[in-house]
Design a protein around this ligand. Sequence first.
Ligand code: ASP
Length: 328
Amino acid sequence: MKRNIFLLVTAAILIPFLLVKSQTNDNQKTLKAKFTIVMHAGAGAISRDMPDSVKKEYINALSEALNIGKNILEKGGASLDAVEKVIRFLEDDPKFNAGKGAVFTSEGTHELDASIMNGADLSCGAVAGVKHVKNPITLARAVMEKSPHVFFIGEGAEKFARQMNIELVDEKYFFDKKRYDQWQKMKQNAEKNKKGTVGCVCLDKYGNIAAGTSTGGMTNKLPGRVGDSPIIGAGNYANNKTCGVSATGTGELFIRNTVAYNISAMMEYKNMSLKDAVNEMIHKRLKPGDGGVIAVDREGNYIMDYNSEGMFRGAANSDGVFEIKIWE
Ligand code: ASP
């Protein structure tokens, strides 16, 4: 009897104490938890002579996109949501070569590619060669979450979009006068290949990394050509054990060098830092002018590196960093 009373009293004292303690630990975990977001909107021959007004337009759009993702992560949202929302915003802006601003193929059409990956379980989804999908990144996410498959192309991808109630648009939606003029100039060899592509990588407060990439591809590409952006391991990759990566540049070279996966693999198998692994791919394996990557590791360290003239990019994190850059 005495023993039971003793146990009851001990429990009455200890249980509330343990409950308060575990709550405090949870709060501390959330408070201390870090988040990081990096984003790009293409690397390439970005002229430094760009008028200030145009530069401002880019910086404003990139800041707005970065803020969308930062706010989601700050409030404890999921990295996948931040990645999708940021990319949707960039897809809707004709300045960037993804969604609305997709470049022209050699036949004057538009073929869009996108992919997304969840570093928590290596699930991923991708679409290529879609012609009527307003936001290919959302379709890629639906492939990942609502189909048993990873990669859909062309008509099948659009049929799946219809089944998922994902917005489809007329091909005319993708016509943009500036892009058209660029394409005409490129055909006359008067313009360097206009690339672009948008991408975003996030680490959320729960330690989950997600990466997404969306593009119209390369200007004047042959119909049916698919670049690295929708290819998991080439233009996009995420693994909570290592890092998340999104690439931009000449897709063929990123595919041949399996750039995004190699960065993660060097970290996993050779214990390399994110910085060294990115340096190896961008400056030793690829050649000047090929492109760049943005990446975040599981500690929240980030890198935005490229070997071209510039790269539209931005980063923000829980330590108060908020930066947008085009050149060095
Ligand atoms: N990587 C893209 C592609 O090859 C283009 C780009 O990033 O500019 O389709």
